[in-house]
Write a protein that binds this ligand. Structure first.
Ligand SMILES: Nc1ncnc2c1ncn2[C@@H]1O[C@H](COP(=O)(O)OP(=O)(O)OP(=O)(O)O)[C@@H](O)[C@H]1O
Length: 362
């Protein structure tokens, strides 16, 4: 493999930042290759924007290093100023210059090169974001989505090595957002930019990212392809960040946890450990009551537990049914594709798919 394929476009090593004695970014490390989109995903206040701001150079880290294409850009002694880092920025409250035309907005960050070269780059980008017909318009003549695409063209015009995007789509209404996300992604891939995108929305990260870095309280708690992060979460909070969850409490005995749904494998936990068995509503199977009995036990789904429908709602692409469980009177949620709206009070039997459960220490 050549050095080009092995050297990450962006590498941050052990970044730490304190505010008022609090560790807001706590030993964060990341690598992003050219053409790769990494999403920094986490709840509000977990340190995502501060991480981004340190990479951009508008915030200084207390310790740690930032490297671009194998060259040191910033540590605690040495610091390349923000404007020389070849980094493009896009934020939620991106502001176009109101007094400049679309063309001049896009050309704003272009330095060097002839007038004709600049014009060619502006036209190229505006064609790619489907706004070439608006090249002489002013921002107030454009819709929110169109302004967003101009901002993207402006950020990409100088061919930045890295794009940092902080909740760039959250100002757009839902109807526009999906289309603009997809177009943006296609353009970033064509430009071979390394992208770090900050979001608190799991759907956005799943849709955009080649890799998700899940952040909590200043730390990256899990990192990997969206499929892996979703299907092999590191802890209960990581499951809950992506979807509703159900939790069964149990104690381990002989590497097994006994529950009203039968036994669950709990390898590696010493006897007496309290565990949470966590599963998503879509992995609950609903079965009908047969004269007071449910389905027979199976190895894949264990034992059925009796429940009574509390409430059922149609959500569009699926239905959410809340059950009151006979065994403890608690609520358990199940989702079913399409329309399934059983009457409240109706008795049913639930099973849980063993291959979709996670066992964590309580
Ligand atoms: N300049 C500052 N001075 C003091 N505290 C700060 C400063 N900037 C950020 N913080 C604090 O650091 C923590 C992390 O903030 P940051 O903006 O990085 O989080 P975030 O994950 O991006 O959240 P959000 O999605 O809400 O923007 C917050 O508690 C915030 O109040």
């Amino acid at each position: 493999m050549s050095a080009e394929t092995t050297t990450p476009r962006l590498e941050i090593k052990n970044l730490v930042r304190h505010f008022d004695g609090r560790r807001v970014v706590d030993d964060v490390s990341l690598q992003i290759r050219a053409g790769q989109v990494t999403c920094l995903l986490g709840p509000s206040g977990c340190g995502k924007s501060t991480t981004l701001r340190m990479i951009a150079g508008v915030e200084m880290q207390d310790t740690g290093e930032i490297w671009v294409d194998g060259k040191l850009v910033c540590d605690t002694v040495f610091r390349v100023p923000p404007e020389r880092r070849e980094i493009g920025l896009m934020f939620q409250d991106f502001a176009l210059f109101p007094h400049l035309s679309v063309a001049d907005n896009v050309a704003f960050g272009l330095h060097g090169g002839s007038k004709a070269e600049k014009r060619a780059r502006v036209e190229e980008l505006l064609t790619r974001v489907h706004l070439i017909n608006h090249i002489d318009d002013y921002p107030h003549q454009l819709s929110g989505g169109e302004q967003q695409r101009v901002a993207l063209a402006r950020a990409l015009a100088p061919r930045p090595k890295i794009m940092l995007m902080d909740e760039p789509f959250s100002g757009l209404d839902n109807r526009l957002r999906d289309g603009i996300r997809d177009e943006t992604l296609a353009l970033l891939k064509e430009e071979d930019t390394a992208v770090l995108l900050v979001t608190h929305e799991p759907e956005e990260a799943m849709r955009m990212a080649d890799e998700i870095a899940l952040m909590r309280s200043g730390r990256i708690v899990q990192q990997g392809a969206p499929y892996n992060v979703y299907t092999r979460p590191v802890d209960r909070a990581a499951v809950a960040f992506f979807s509703d969850i159900n939790v069964l409490k149990a104690q381990v005995n002989g590497a097994l946890a006994d529950t009203p749904f039968g036994q669950f494998l709990a390898p590696g936990f010493p006897d007496g450990t309290d565990v949470d068995i966590v599963f998503r509503p879509q992995h609950v199977r609903i079965d009908f009551d047969r004269n007071g009995h449910g389905p027979l036990p199976t190895p894949a789904e264990g034992v059925a537990a009796r429940a009574v429908v509390e409430r059922a709602r149609f959500l569009g692409h699926e239905s959410l049914v809340e059950f009151r469980m006979d065994y403890d009177g608690g609520i358990l949620k199940a989702t079913v594709p399409n329309v399934f709206l059983p009457q409240p009070g109706r008795a049913m039997w639930l099973t849980v798919r063993r291959d979709r459960c996670f066992v964590f220490p309580a």
